[in-house]
Each structure stands twice: as C-alpha cells, then as structure tokens.
Write a protein that binds this ligand. Structure first.
Ligand code: FES
Length: 82
C-alpha cells in the first residue's frame, strides 16, 4: 500500500489517501472521487472544461493514477481547494 497526499492550496490543509497496485490503471478523476475528494468538472471527462485540473494545469480526467505518479514522483496532488 502506498500513499498520495492531497494538498489544498487555499487552506493549506492536506489529506492522505492510500492506493493499491490495482488502482494504478484507474482514471485519476474517478479514483479521487471514489476516495471522497471533490474535483470540479462540467464536461464529464471530455477534457474541455479544464475544471478538473491539479498542479495548476494537469487534467485529472486525462491521467491515470500511474501516469500521474510518473510525473509527480513524490505523490503530492495540489488542488485549489480541499
Ligand atoms: S472534466 Fe472537464 S476537462 Fe477534465
């Protein structure tokens, strides 16, 4: 089991979420929602609205958990609010 830390930029609050190997191929937006993290979206994952962004411009609807971790080795997710 490994951990991802979600950090709210406005509040500076954070939360740890654990994942297992079988989570790695999941869509990041869906996985975060599954874990109770609210991520905005108005295009239902079409990559149009840009509301689902983390790290300022990475679209969670277009990443898997695995591709996110390849980019962000420390596993920290920065969201505008938490
Ligand atoms: S959900 Fe709209 S761009 Fe990701």
């Amino acid at each position: 089991m490994s951990v991802i830390r979600i950090i709210g930029l406005a509040s500076q609050s954070s939360r740890e979420i654990y994942y297992l190997d079988y989570d790695l191929e999941k869509n990041l937006l869906s996985w975060l929602r599954e874990k109770g993290i609210t991520i905005a979206s108005s295009c239902d994952g079409e990559g149009v609205c840009k509301k689902c962004s983390i790290q300022n411009d990475w679209l969670t609807c277009k990443l898997t958990l695995k591709t996110f971790l390849e980019r962000q080795k420390d596993g920290k997710i920065f969201v505008s609010y938490l």
